[in-house]
Every structure is written in C-alpha cells, then in structure tokens.
Design a protein around this ligand. Structure first.
Ligand SMILES: O=P(O)(O)OC[C@H]1O[C@H](O)[C@H](O)[C@@H](O)[C@@H]1O
Length: 299
C-alpha cells in the first residue's frame, strides 16, 4: 500500500485534515478533534455527517464523532461526584464542552500501511468554565484497515477526578427501519424517554420510534446490521462498558440544530461511553484510555 496522503483543508471557519490511505478517506476537524467523515471506496460512508452541518468556531458539527468530555449529556443526570466538581451544574453545557473547542495537533505519523494523528486538549491551558481541574485529554486516531479512536484522560491535579465521556459516533445507515444492533441481548438499559426506568434488552435492538437509551454491561463487541446496504459495522471497545443508542425520529429531528427534517432515517448514534455506573475515577496522576475500533463487512 502506498503512503497516506494528508492535506489541510479549511471548511468555513474550521481547520480540518483530510487523509487518504489505500481505499479509505477520513476527514477530521481540529476543533474538538472531531472525525467528520469516514468512507472506503465502493461502500457508502460508515460515519454520517449532516448535509446541514455548519463549520463554525465554538459549535460542535452535527454528525461525525464528537468527543463528549468531561461529562456526558446533562451534567445534572450524572453521578454526584461529577456534579460536585462543577461550580454550577444547572448551567453546564450538554456533553461537557470540549467538542466545541480548539485542540492541539501533536503530530501525524505516516507509518506506511497505517497513519496516526494525535490531538490533545489541556484544561490548564484552556480552562472550562466552572470546572477548575487540571486534566489532559488526548485522542489518537489510527487509520489502517480499520478506524481506531483512543481517548486518554490524565488527572494532573492533586485530588481524585471523576469523568463521564463518550465517542458520540453517528453511523450512516440505509434506513433506520432496516437496521438492528446485535450484542445487547440481556443488557440492562436506562430508558431515558420513560422516566429513566431500568429495563433489560431482549434480543437484537431494532427501531420504530424515538430512541435514547443508556446500555450497561455492554460486551466488547457490538454490531450494526444494515439489511438495506447489506453491511455489518462492527464496533470493538476497550475500557468501556456502557453505550448510548440514539435516534431522534420525526418530532425531535425538527427541534435539532443542523439536522434536516428527514435525516433521522439515515443515521444512528452508537456512542461508546463511560457513563452511569461505568464512569471513570482517576487518582492524582492516573490515566484511563477508552478505545474504539470500527470496520465494515458485507452481510
Ligand atoms: O444535540 P446534542 O447536544 O449534540 O445531543 C444529541 C444527543 O446526544 C445524546 O445521544 C443524548 O442521549 C441525546 O439525548 C441528545 O439529543
């Protein structure tokens, strides 16, 4: 395989990196270290990017793989230890804020049959409002036959640090009504749309309405089976035992920013996470890495 080709491109206000390696194309925004696009020749995209996406400073791009950190979702739904670290949980932005901030590009390693990009965010250099803690976050993005994302948090303070987080992947699907998610059978889940009740998944998960669930005790491999495109996308995770499954369906789609009214049909979020009773607690000096590897195959 020839070496990767890497070019810097500007999309409206955002600096991005476009990578070609073999039959793969990857696009990453430096803001938020957000993967925006991932596709292999001859296949539909694996990752969905909204056709109405905006590329503006301070705003997460709709689609791709936003990084949610140092908390996931509404801080007030997070464990007390996370809320206690924040000066004003009621005003805390959803998903923690680093998705809309500029990260540093630490380096690009062109390894021949693989390419790696390393991005970092340091809260000592870029303080998060009402979150007075010293921590470093890195996202290592490796492209080879698969796409691998490794999110590493390091506690640089002198007190324990509690975190929740997710790689909020938006997958591209032929039609949400023609897909199912395998690997969740028997898992506990929190049904956030029914008073956050705890339930148990029976069989594969398919979709017939708005879905917003936190799955727990998730096994290392989960598979998105798309009968419309005759494709399986495998997600293999390390050091994550929770996942958020989300599709807004018809009504919520109309309230979302940068999201076409009918786009719910073409996407599904499977968010590889550390949330709920799977949050991370870091002793001073300690670090934690969540790793997600994904690839498609004909099905
Ligand atoms: O609109 P955003 O802040 O990007 O959040 C998008 C979605 O993220 C997660 O999947 C949550 O579980 C959803 O409740 C939320 O609507």
């Amino acid at each position: 395989m020839s070496q990767a080709q890497i070019e810097r491109v500007e999309l409206d206000q955002l600096t991005c990196w476009r990578v070609h390696l073999g039959d793969a194309e990857l696009l990453i925004a430096q803001q938020g270290a957000q993967v925006l696009h991932y596709q292999r020749a001859g296949q539909p995209p694996l990752i969905w990017l909204s056709e109405q996406a905006g590329y503006q400073h301070g705003q997460s791009v709709r689609g791709g793989v936003p990084v949610c950190w140092p908390w996931f979702g509404d801080l007030q739904r997070n464990p007390a230890a996370l809320q206690a670290q924040h000066g004003n949980p009621a005003t805390a932005p959803a998903h923690g804020g680093v998705r809309g901030l500029d990260w540093q590009l630490q380096g690009i390693d062109n390894l021949g049959d693989a390419v790696e990009l390393l991005f970092s965010f340091d809260s000592r250099q870029h303080a998060l409002p009402d979150w007075p803690h010293a921590a470093e976050l890195q996202l290592r993005i490796r492209l080879d036959q698969r796409l691998q994302l490794q999110l590493t948090s390091r506690n640089l303070g002198d007190q324990p640090l509690a975190l929740s987080q997710a790689l909020h992947s938006y997958f591209a699907v032929s039609d949400i009504r023609q897909v199912s998610v395998e690997g969740l059978d028997g898992c506990r889940y929190i049904e956030t749309l029914e008073d956050w009740q705890q339930r148990t998944q029976q069989g594969a998960l398919s979709f017939a309405g708005e879905t917003d669930r936190i799955y727990l005790d998730v096994p290392p491999r989960v598979t998105l089976h798309d009968t419309g495109w005759q494709r399986r996308i495998h997600l293999e995770a390390q050091d994550s035992r929770s996942a958020v499954l989300w599709n807004p369906w018809i009504d919520k789609a109309q309230r979302l920013s940068h999201f076409a009214d009918d786009a719910w049909q073409r996407m599904l979020c499977i968010e590889t996470a550390n949330v709920w009773d799977d949050c991370v607690e870091l002793a001073p000096g300690a670090s934690h890495s969540l790793t997600l590897s994904l690839w498609g195959e004909p099905a």
